[in-house]
Design a protein around this ligand. Sequence first.
Ligand SMILES: Cc1cc2nc3c(=O)[nH]c(=O)nc-3n(C[C@H](O)[C@H](O)[C@H](O)COP(=O)(O)OP(=O)(O)OC[C@H]3O[C@@H](n4cnc5c(N)ncnc54)[C@H](O)[C@@H]3O)c2cc1C
Length: 458
Amino acid sequence: MSDLIVIGGGLAGSEAAYQAAKRGISVAIYEMRPARQTEAHKTGLLGELVCSNSLRSESLSNGHGLLKRELSTAGSLVMEAAMASQIPGGSALAVDRERFAAYITGRLTMHPLITIIRSELDCVPDGVCILATGPLTSPALSGWLMDTLGAGHLYFYDAIAPIIDATSIDYEKVFFASRYGKGGDDYLNCPMNEREYGIFYDALVEADKVMARDFEDERVFEGCMPLEAMALRGRDTIRFGPLKPVGLRDPRTGKEPFAVVQLRPENEDKTAFNMVGFQTRLRQPGQKMVFGLIPGLEKAEFLRYGSVHRNTFIDSPKVLNDDLTLKINRKADGMKNGSENGSEYEMQVGKTSGNIYVAGQLSGVEGYLESTAMGLLAGIYASRRLRGLPLVTPSENTCHGALVRYITTGKSGSFQPSNINFGILPPLEKNIRDKAKKKLAMAERALRQWEMFVERAD
Ligand SMILES: Cc1cc2nc3c(=O)[nH]c(=O)nc-3n(C[C@H](O)[C@H](O)[C@H](O)COP(=O)(O)OP(=O)(O)OC[C@H]3O[C@@H](n4cnc5c(N)ncnc54)[C@H](O)[C@@H]3O)c2cc1C
């Protein structure tokens, strides 16, 4: 009988198992492939990359570059595999996907403390467990999660709007205001006249789109419809939707604009803005071109591009503790049958840790490296707990810490997953105007504090 059960042998589960085993914990990994495939995986290998073979930028002035450095410093298996399978990729770290996954599978298979069980689980077993079944979690286990957390706390689609670096906005052309003056000057508004709207609209409907995959049923997107799909319903439809100008008066003209794009601050420090209602399937160069036609956003730098795709993830601000455990506890025996949903678990009051850790894309982060990062932390946290050691957590100034803060303190109900970007890292105590120097200073701060965490997290 293993000390720790990891469900899902993807990027997060593989990293979590490896980190725990490295710390002397015996681990059983349950992986349903190859007997049962997801809609995107093709092999039985652990750590399979389902789409791109790029692990993104190497530069420290990029969130992915910095996150990779943190992972390497902590002895990540995924980074070790990436180095062993690297192929030329310009300024990005590209890997040979077969060699990458074969390396991970080999290392885990050979590890004396790790057992790999090729079987699907339809519920979480007793004991300390890391749930890392990813964006395509099997229907049976998704059903268990819905029963356990409540249907409103598990999502099946991402509808992600782009996020823009605040310093790249032209503030001469935009204005702060809330609709009808309600709620302070919370939104940044980009006003358009009729001509500007016409040019924007034509570019939007003509731009190149990412096609839905076979398993991504377009009909499910009604509730989170991509902007360009809504635009196709009529020339004015989005002017009565996300671009509606009512209740907003441009202080420079004293009039209501023809259309308005609203930007909502992503954080208290207003270092990044979310484009409200701009979830989109446009390809990234298309987003840059079309959204660059919006007054004030001509030189916008995208910290995150918009997307719409199939993704299973939990409402982590509501159901996840900052040690990555679910806020649920097993019910006392006598209460099981009388419960509302028949589940054996109930939401937990307070913040004490349950037995179930969640890692990877399911926890509300987005991307290969981000999923790996949550796996690394969950593996460390669970293994320390099993050895009776106190919890140690990384500073929020590190990429790992900032991701955990993002998923556990976001807005429940309207929570959207995030990748790593400088916009989710806390600002420097003393601002630096030069952007490149600022990012470098933030990266240095992150790495200093990450090293302190790694030293303590053995
Ligand atoms: C179609 C698609 C394309 C993507 N493309 C990219 C991309 O190009 N770049 C990027 O950065 N991110 C991409 N992502 C997002 C995400 O980063 C990856 O999906 C990543 O693999 C997530 O890591 P994970 O460990 O959380 O999940 P996964 O790597 O998917 O691992 C989960 C594992 O759990 C297993 N599993 C599921 N249910 C069960 C069960 N009940 N019992 C046992 N095992 C189970 C699965 O077989 C799988 O091996 C994509 C996602 C999808 C869905």
